[in-house]
Design a protein around this ligand. Structure first.
Ligand SMILES: Cc1cc2nc3c(=O)[nH]c(=O)nc-3n(C[C@H](O)[C@H](O)[C@H](O)COP(=O)(O)OP(=O)(O)OC[C@H]3O[C@@H](n4cnc5c(N)ncnc54)[C@H](O)[C@@H]3O)c2cc1C
Length: 465
């Protein structure tokens, strides 16, 4: 489908706005600049209209308006996407941020979450019931984008990807109809939204399974860069045989200059692992004993804490409005040769917030079959992400160049594709490489539910023409 984004007459826009419960923001409105900003300040897009939807009826109205007017349509959940896929130039943005209701059913151990909520809100509510959904590592990330792309984080090894805990979605389709998809109705759509991103419609409601979990044992252990090769080799072997209740992502990082880090480590480039043990508390000391002993670490910052404390531990380090450049891959094996390259490039982190993370995605995430959901890399052991981050736009080139050269050195050792939520706008071949054998079926489902490709501001799956 080619969209023309033909000039919108004042009359059409006024008529559209009159039927919305939520606010419609235009370029001439005072709140426009704020409303068009997304988390990554490298993204600078100017939509014609931003609709702050107040309810599902508003979402339906927006979808119909965009389709009938041939407008580019973007869906904004938490606005975190690295490539800025929650916003567009010209066209209409469906801003879901006001749709953020969260309701726990403690008997059924489920939580229903509206399409524009962020994870911090979900964690806040579910924690009060002593329950949790596996999500990511930052509380300001949107439930919408993270879930639809797969969702990995501290609890992946124990409870699977976020999509492995998704029971049902309500979706506003391209034709304006609303359907429910789960394992028993619209199964093809339910299969596709578990990893296929926002390609199939606007998800206004998610239903997740909850797990009893209140307190975890976690935090960072840090080692000097001179030990990085040894630490990576040890980590590679250790995590693969660790109980699945233990997760730990490896990182190259610069120690932030403030508490809780001791002053002598401030601004030192180091390597580390951020741990999360979500098994029985009485076993935690034994599980962490070999970690305490390896090296030993320059900092052992592991302690008991409420799960939401770990889920939001990085929020202050990564506020909205920084420049971000992302590169990513899935990884099956961490060879000694690959580790050498990691050590070389990790040591060259250009700014304090720039980092490389390796998230383990084995354990419970390996239980589902490759074809069971749209997420195809069930055999990969890690999701690698290299992020150049800095508040100063003057450093944009430096962080981009570092991330690209690091990625180019490591890509030959990767499994081929990358986690869609860690990618920038990288073109069709990358999208295909990521869905591998599932791409064909995704095209079929896309052609059935969105034959004109109305929903294409995403890691796009093109319908059959
Ligand atoms: C600091 C930071 C930390 C992160 N950590 C993790 C992590 O630990 N684990 C992880 O898995 N990912 C992580 N991510 C990546 C994150 O999952 C993606 O950026 C994701 O796209 C963000 O979703 P969002 O709703 O906030 O983004 P948006 O930019 O609003 O949307 C992203 C995409 O999802 C679509 N979308 C959003 N909501 C809906 C909806 N309700 N219906 C249909 N389509 C929708 C949008 O159209 C767009 O294509 C992180 C990102 C950042 C910036």
């Amino acid at each position: 489908m080619t969209t023309t984004n033909r000039p919108l007459s004042t009359e059409r826009v006024q008529d559209f706005a009159a039927g919305l419960r939520g606010e419609l923001i235009r370029p001439e409105d005072a709140g426009y600049h704020q409303a068009r900003q997304v988390y990554n300040a490298m993204i600078d897009k100017r939509p014609a209209l931003i609709a702050k939807c107040a309810d599902v009826a508003d979402v339906i109205r927006c979808v119909n308006f965009a389709r009938e007017g041939n407008l580019t349509l973007a869906i904004r959940g938490g606005g975190h996407n690295g490539g800025g896929l929650g916003i567009c130039n010209d066209g209409l943005v469906i801003d879901l941020s006001a749709l953020s209701g969260v309701r726990v059913d403690p008997q059924a151990r489920t939580v229903r979450v509206e399409g524009g909520a962020v994870w911090g809100k979900v964690d806040h509510v579910t924690h009060a019931f002593g329950l949790a959904v596996p999500s990511g590592i930052i509380s300001t990330t949107g439930v919408g984008g993270l879930t639809l792309g797969g969702g990995l984080g501290h609890l992946t090894r124990n409870f699977g990807l976020t999509i492995d805990n998704l029971l049902e979605v309500d979706v506003v389709l391209a034709n304006g109809n609303v359907v429910t998809a789960n394992l028993h109705q619209n199964e093809d759509l339910f299969w596709a939204v578990r990893g296929g991103g926002g390609n199939f419609g606007v998800v206004t409601s998610f239903l997740f399974r909850l797990h009893p979990l209140r307190t975890i044992t976690g935090g960072p252990t840090l080692w000097g860069l001179e030990q990085a090769g040894d630490v990576m080799r040890w980590y590679r072997d250790f995590i693969r045989q660790a109980p699945r209740e233990l997760s730990g992502f490896f990182a190259f990082l610069t120690v932030p200059p403030g508490p809780p880090f001791p002053e002598h480590l401030h601004l030192r480039k180091m390597c580390g692992v951020v741990w999360c043990y979500s098994g029985p508390q009485e076993n935690a000391a034994e599980v962490f004993q070999p970690i305490r002993e390896f090296g030993p670490p320059a900092l052992f910052g592991v302690h008991d804490m409420p799960l939401p404390a770990l889920q939001s531990a990085f929020d202050a380090l990564y506020p909205p409005g920084d420049q971000w450049y992302w590169r990513a891959d899935f990884v099956n094996e961490l060879s000694d040769e690959a580790i050498e390259k990691h050590v070389e490039h990790g040591a060259q982190m250009p700014t304090m917030q720039s980092s490389m993370h390796l998230y383990p995605i084995d354990g419970a995430a390996h239980e589902a079959d490759k074809e069971a959901t749209a997420w195809s890399y069930r055999d990969a052991n890690w999701a690698e992400v290299i992020v150049g981050v800095d508040p100063d736009p003057a450093n944009a080139d430096r962080i981009r160049e570092w991330a690209i050269s690091y990625w180019e050195a490591l890509h030959p050792y990767s499994a081929g594709g990358a986690y869609v939520n860690f990618m920038m706008d990288e073109g069709q071949e990358r999208v295909k490489a990521t869905y591998r054998g599932n791409y064909r079926k995704l095209v079929e489902v896309k052609s059935k539910y969105d034959p004109e490709n109305l929903f294409r501001v995403n890691q796009n799956i093109k319908p059959e023409s």
